[in-house]
Ligand binder design. Structure first.
Ligand code: ZN
Ligand code: ZN
Ligand code: FE
Length: 759
């Protein structure tokens, strides 16, 4: 049988540049004895391949199956080409001026090969804390501009030595074109300082830093996307000191442990969680605590979970392998400011917190906080999507004009679109201070530059007072589109699943500005991309003191109790009412009567707060959603029954809180446990919304339900609602690629703006 020689032209789109893709193709071609060439193009990589048909087919199949870890293939297209009788296979030089792809890889953890070299006394990079290769290391955070080449990164200050250069130039080497390639002779270095900026232990800064951590000191450690503040997680005094200095009273701290075995000593790790923990993105994963455990109670008080990650830089490995149960590794910032990335900035801002600084001289151009994931309702769900994932785009169902969407206020991220891709930024933070606002501006400018786009449209929230709104208003000569908060939430989830409207959207969160000026947050929308109708919502109740009620859930308790019982609520003798001074109660009650500084709200987040306060869980919070979270944590595993529920059907369905509140109070007075009340409250909401969706399905002939908004971080509600809706044969969609909280809202804003502008 004669063997037939064929030739093909393959085009690969996706993240395929700067990730070792061309050397991978080169090696694959050699392996199959094929000839031709591979080169970069504006949309990815183009391959001419020729040889025996069977070998070409295997080669093609292997491209997807064996692609390098940092690559992300969106599409491969192939067509037959003419056989040109190449002498061998080669990597074509990138042509100067040729447009190159703007898809940049995120920063990922040190790979297995590099880790083995790091710990091998015979390797030339033994214990070198910046070891990396084409398959691992920093990317997004060290890039200043495109194309992604060393002179456009913070590695430009380090000239490679001869040994590093020869690796960089060799297509058969793991470090071929690895832009951050370096060694102890030519690359960046770590050094240790006390807080007066005196350099100490110049011979062994990492060894000394480890020793200081063991003595209970707080260290600021420069990492991949910014500084961490670190203490020994088993040392209660040290953790408490960190809480006091960081002005962070109760919010859980993340911890880092050397390996899975160490984590299993204090937390339960299921198979799906193990996969998340060990993935190259190395997010923080929420894991159920095991009791008793060696970790200090101060790390995550009143919480069933630890927030845990594995080391992701060589430096982390060198510190952690010195035998810590775990280290607290929390963002290097004061309270809610952006994390420090610059050495001087760190000394300025963190010297009131940290005793020592372990810094290095590889600059971070763009900060990127750790990502946070929780495995729930059958999938890993982002609480924060940042390092390791940004800037991988969300692929949209249509091409769109270039849009900059500014996000909301809390947990802000922004989004820019290019063709059929939406690039959601890293976590920017709560836009409540100037530093975060500056970071928003910087991120917008940076994304525009590295993605090479000039947005035609700017999309932003309807809230008049958000700093993201101010930012949008200040932009000149650009089409501005204002978008309702909950509409953006629902469309964000629709975009992930490439859905067309109309759908039934359940948008549940703490706060969002409504079209009537009220504070929405328990919304049932009939939503399409370009418009929505408010089909139902929680009935309005007053929110005494406005945003002050977010910090003080007892105010919401008063509001709901008054709504359910009238002025006689004070006679109920509930602990929450006894706890508050009588004068204060009277003032709040008066405010409600007179309607002074009491905006109306339909927020489900506030209902959670109110019920938590009525149950005596807490009347004040240290961070938004704390009371609601603790109510969830306390819930018993099963609920047998529901509280009564009802809604009014006018133009819209209005769900009445009073029957639920009456039920909760009666159970309290009957001495039922808070665990049972919480479970019953959750189950009530699930049944209520399933019933209401069933009514709407009949009215409107809609069967798809889309879930979005920060309240869906509540695992009981999310899991319960998905299961119950699916049991009634609804198609249910929830977030998996972006956070359900306001960290994902910019994606929805962008897609709404595109749809509105098309119309
Ligand atoms: Zn590596
Ligand atoms: Zn070198
Ligand atoms: Fe929201």
């Amino acid at each position: 049988m004669t063997k037939i020689c064929v030739a093909k032209r393959l085009k690969v789109n996706g993240i395929v540049q700067g990730v070792g893709f061309r050397p991978f193709i080169f090696q694959l071609a050699e392996q199959y004895g094929l000839k031709g060439e591979v080169g970069n193009t504006s949309s990815g990589v183009s391959i001419h391949i020729e040889g025996l048909a069977e070998q070409v087919a295997s080669f093609e199949a292997d491209i997807c199956a064996k692609s390098p870890p940092l690559s992300y293939i969106v599409e491969i297209s192939g067509q037959s080409d003419t056989v040109r009788n190449y002498a061998g296979f080669s990597i074509a030089k990138s042509k100067g001026g040729a447009k190159i792809s703007t898809l940049i890889s995120p920063d990922v953890s040190v790979c297995g090969d590099c880790l083995a070299e790091l710990l091998d006394p015979d390797d030339r990079r033994y214990h070198y804390p910046f070891i990396n290769c084409t398959n691992c290391g920093p990317r997004y955070t060290i890039i200043d501009d495109i194309p992604y080449d060393r002179p456009k990164t913070s590695m430009r200050h380090f000239k490679m030595c001869a040994a590093c250069q020869s690796e960089y130039d060799d297509p058969n080497n793991r470090r071929f074109h690895a832009q951050p390639n370096a060694c102890a002779d030519c690359g960046p270095h770590v050094s240790l300082y006390d807080k007066r900026q005196n350099r100490i232990a110049p011979k062994d800064p990492i060894g000394k830093a480890t020793e200081l951590l063991k003595q209970g000191y707080i260290l600021a450690i420069k990492g991949l996307g910014g500084f961490h503040l670190a203490v020994d997680a088993a040392d209660t005094d040290a953790v408490r000191r960190l809480r006091n200095r960081k002005l962070r009273e109760e919010k859980p701290f993340a911890v880092m442990a050397y390996d899975l075995e160490s984590i299993r000593r204090y937390a339960l790790v299921e198979a799906a969680e193990e996969k998340l923990l060990t993935s190259i993105q190395r997010p923080i994963v929420l894991l159920r605590k095991k009791n008793p455990n060696r970790i200090s109670k101060e790390v995550a008080p009143n919480n069933k979970y630890f927030a845990v990650m594995l080391p992701y830089t060589p430096l982390h490995y060198l510190i952690l392998k010195q035998g810590f149960a775990a280290l607290v590794m929390t963002s290097g910032n004061l309270s809610e400011e952006p994390i420090a990335i610059d050495n001087d900035d760190a000394f300025n801002r963190l010297s009131s917190i940290a005793d020592y600084f372990l810094i290095h001289n590889r600059d971070i151009y763009l900060r990127s906080d750790d990502s946070i994931v929780r495995n729930t309702a059958g999938a890993g769900r982002f609480l924060r999507r940042s390092r390791g994932f940004v800037p991988i785009p969300i692929f949209l169902k249509n091409e769109m004009p270039s849009i900059l969407a500014c996000g909301a206020e809390l947990k802000n991220t922004i989004c820019v679109t290019k063709q059929d891709k939406a690039f959601l930024s890293q976590h920017i933070g709560d836009l409540e201070n100037l530093a975060t606002y500056e970071f928003l501006k910087l991120t917008a400018a940076h994304l525009k530059r590295i993605l090479d786009i000039d947005p035609e449209i700017i999309a932003f929230d309807m809230h008049p007072d958000y700093l993201s709104t101010r930012f949008a208003q200040e932009q000149q000569a650009i089409h501005k589109i204002q978008i309702q908060h909950h509409h953006a939430h629902i469309v964000s989830c629709m975009a992930e699943h490439k859905l067309e409207g109309p759908v039934i959207g359940l948008a549940f969160d703490g706060t969002g500005y409504g079209t009537d000026g009220a504070i929405w947050g328990g919304e049932i929308l009939i939503a399409a991309e370009d418009n929505f109708e408010r089909c139902g919502h929680l009935a309005y109740v007053p929110m005494p003191g406005g945003t002050a009620a977010i910090q003080a859930p007892w105010r919401m308790a008063v509001s709901y109790l008054r709504n359910a019982y009238g002025k006689g609520f004070q006679e109920l003798g509930l602990p929450v009412l006894k706890e508050i001074e009588i004068d204060k109660l009277t003032i709040i009650s008066e405010m409600i009567t007179k309607g002074v500084n009491t905006p109306l709200t339909s927020s489900l987040g506030r209902l959670f707060d109110g019920v938590a306060a009525i149950c005596g869980i807490r009347s004040q919070v240290n961070f938004e959603g704390q009371a609601a979270m603790e109510l969830e944590m306390l819930a018993a595993d099963t609920a047998g029954s529901t509280y009564d529920y009802e809604w009014l059907s006018d133009d819209t369905y209005q769900i009445l809180p009073a029957p639920i509140i009456l039920g909760v109070v009666k159970d309290l007075q009957d001495g039922k446990s808070v665990a049972d009340i919480s479970a019953k409250f959750h189950w009530t909401l699930i049944c209520l919304f399933v019933d209401l969706c069933t009514v709407i399905r009949k009215d409107r002939d809609l069967n798809r339900v889309v879930l979005s908004g920060g309240v869906f971080q509540n695992s009981i509600l999310l899991t319960g609602l998905i299961n119950a809706l699916e049991k009634r044969k609804f198609s249910v969609f929830s977030h998996q690629q972006v956070p359900t909280n306001d960290g994902g809202i910019a994606l929805g804003q962008a897609v709404v703006a595109a749809a509105v502008s098309r119309r």
